[in-house]
Design a protein around this ligand. Structure first.
Ligand code: ADP
Length: 607
């Protein structure tokens, strides 16, 4: 560590030289006093000796010099006067002794005062702050160790220099203003920029106080200085990162929210205020959030707040907001438990405005539904022959039964019972035709997606009804392995039927050209992870490895007249219902297409 040099200038003369010189002077004075017949108070010159020794600052040496001078004065007196002691000689000796004693007392007191002052200076040097005193002409009069460390100049180099010039001080306001404030209020505090001895720039927090003399005239300024360069850089970095965060929040529509329980105290970022559309002076609170929450979602939001108050580690909530202008916003709030101090639990989280994403998702779902509808119509077109047969067959039966009924009635003795049976059969046939027509109409109708709990086995049977004729025409052997009891899924019945018919028709087409047996197996079961699984397996051409990865891609087809939309639509329908669809090539040949959907067990047990 650098050796410290005292800030106050001290006597730099070599103490030993001074002591030797003082001793020589003492001996000369003694020689003159004791050995010459001079009748003057020579011994008074011992005060010079005492003063010289005192200038070395050593108290004990000074005391020794004082006593030595007294002894030498008395010895000189005895030796120069042998046994004749005149009044004058005694008076001269007494004056000398008085002078030596007075001088000694004064210098000792001065030494004590200097030592005290020096101690105080040393204390100031212990301070970590830089302490600088300058006179009213800006000349440095005190420069402590902290100042040496901070600025790089030693006290010796700094003392007497102009503080502002030496450190190239720049004030935040014109210096005249600083000086005026100092003179009017005796105080000034602010931040300065200074240049160190090594040329580096340092930012200083300075607190200055004006010292006035007894008459009230300003005499000096004492300033304590702290290096806040690091803090300043950290502040700038913090401001920059806050600006980044603000921009990122603005651009991504994400606000920050912190909430503390049990008092419900909250903190919102600017973007959170913007999302909720509240003025910046609104006090953030759960009530303010409830006030903006869509009435249908209020119970949900309150419930999540209650769960959080109970200490749930994670909050993940999507809900709607009703804005004052009538708009609806969708928000997603995710928060985690950040702190559990002193009986408080604090959550910190992000609030995302997902309105745009939600709208885009809805638009996508709408166009998917439109596409599904179009492809359904196309599919029905492909099934037109079967459908026509399904309808014409009961109608033909009705005509036949009607003729029979007439014949029973036209008999000489009408057989009412037989006629009634024929009419009953006619009604059954008419109902069958009506059911087919209803099914077709349902499939063909354009309507909103409608989620309901449906019976998976029921959907399989209904779909088969629509393609039964096709299966017969292609001489396809159908095997059903349906789960008992049936599985319930929450889905749009028509869309799920569409998926099934699509898979069945693909299977039929894959088996159209093969020579071997045409087998179609449809199975429903609980998948290994507890979902509802539906399998459509055929003994057709199968799927080659090359195509396996592209089967569900839009417009991928290997058929001459294919559109490549069927499986792609199937996938978007299944995924929109939270499920997954995939294809496999079983070792036994053919293709196996299957999908899983989340089960709707709750509804299942209720029924
Ligand atoms: P498209 O039927 O118009 O070709 P899809 O999307 O329904 O469109 O089917 C895409 C392709 O997947 C078909 O062209 C066919 O190559 C293949 N594929 C679908 N189902 C089967 C199946 N059961 N067996 C063999 N290949 C199939």
């Amino acid at each position: 560590m650098k050796a410290y040099r005292p800030a106050f200038p001290t006597v730099s003369r070599d103490a030993n030289v001074v002591t030797i010189m003082a001793t020589l002077i003492a001996l000369v004075v003694f020689a003159i006093d004791a050995l010459t017949p001079l009748d003057i108070a020579v011994a008074v010159f011992y005060v010079v000796v005492v003063l010289m020794v005192a200038s070395t600052g050593k108290r004990s040496t000074t005391v020794t010099a004082a006593w030595g001078s007294v002894v030498l004065t008395l010895l000189g007196f005895v030796m120069s006067h042998e046994d004749t002691y005149s009044i004058g000689a005694i008076a001269r000796c007494s004056v000398s002794l008085l002078a030596i004693a007075t001088t000694s007392m004064l210098v000792l007191r001065n030494l004590t005062a200097t030592a005290t002052l020096q101690e105080q200076v040393e204390l100031l040097n212990l301070a970590h702050d830089a302490i600088v005193v300058h006179d009213m002409n800006d000349r440095i009069t005190f420069w402590n160790r902290g100042a040496e460390v901070l600025y790089g100049w030693s006290a010796q180099q700094a003392l007497g220099q102009s503080l502002q010039e030496m450190t190239q001080t720049s004030f935040p306001v014109p210096y005249e203003q600083v000086r005026a404030e100092l003179l009017s209020s005796d105080r000034w505090r602010g931040e300065l920029r200074r240049v160190r001895r090594d040329g580096s720039v340092v930012v200083i927090s300075s607190r200055a106080a004006l010292w006035r003399d007894a008459k009230g005239n300003p005499r000096a300024v004492l300033a304590t200085n702290n290096d806040i360069t690091g803090r300043k850089h950290a502040e700038v970095a913090l401001e920059r990162s806050e600006a980044f965060l603000r921009d990122a929040q603005r651009l991504s529509g994400t606000g920050s929210i912190a909430v503390r329980f049990p008092d419900g105290e909250m903190w919102w970022s600017d973007e959170a205020y913007r999302i909720f559309d509240y003025a910046r002076d609104t006090v953030p609170s759960p009530e303010a959030i409830f006030a903006r929450t869509h009435p249908d979602d209020l119970a949900l939001v309150r419930g999540v707040f209650e769960q959080a108050a109970g200490g749930d580690p994670l909050v993940d909530l999507q809900h709607r907001l009703c804005m004052p202008d009538g708009r609806t916003k969708y928000v997603h709030f995710v928060a985690h438990l950040a702190n559990t101090d002193e009986g408080h639990t604090e959550y910190v989280g992000a609030l995302m405005d997902i309105t745009e994403t939600r709208r885009a998702q809805e638009a996508l779902a709408r166009s998917n539904d439109e596409l599904a509808h179009v492809t359904r119509i196309t599919m029905l077109g492909e099934l037109a022959a079967s459908i026509a047969h399904e309808v014409t067959q009961p109608i033909a039966a009705i005509v036949t039964r009607g003729g029979a009924a007439l014949r029973w009635l036209n008999r000489p003795t009408p057989d009412i019972d037989e006629a009634v049976q024929s009419v009953a059969q006619m009604i059954r046939d008419a109902k069958r035709a009506d059911e087919v027509i209803q099914r077709i109409r349902t499939m063909a109708r354009k309507r909103e997606r409608l989620a309901a709990t449906v019976d998976l086995n029921g959907i399989v049977s209904e779909s088969i009804e629509l393609v039964r004729r096709e299966l017969e025409r292609h001489r396809i052997e159908l095997r059903l392995d349906l789960a008992v009891p049936s599985l319930k899924v929450c889905c749009d019945r028509v869309q799920l039927q569409q998926v099934l018919i699509n898979l069945i028709m693909n299977a039929m087409q894959a088996m159209a050209e093969i020579a071997g047996p045409r087998r179609l197996r449809m199975a429903t079961r609980h998948s290994d992870d507890g979902q509802a699984q539906l399998i459509v397996q055929d003994s057709g051409t199968g799927i080659n490895d090359e195509d396996a990865g592209r089967l569900f891609d839009t417009f991928f087809t290997t058929k001459v007249d294919g559109m490549g939309m069927g499986l792609s639509i199937c996938r978007s329908i299944v995924e929109a219902h939270g499920g997954r669809i995939w294809a496999e090539s079983p070792a036994t040949g053919g293709a196996l297409l299957q999908f899983v959907l989340p089960t709707d067990e709750g509804s299942f047990h209720e029924q």
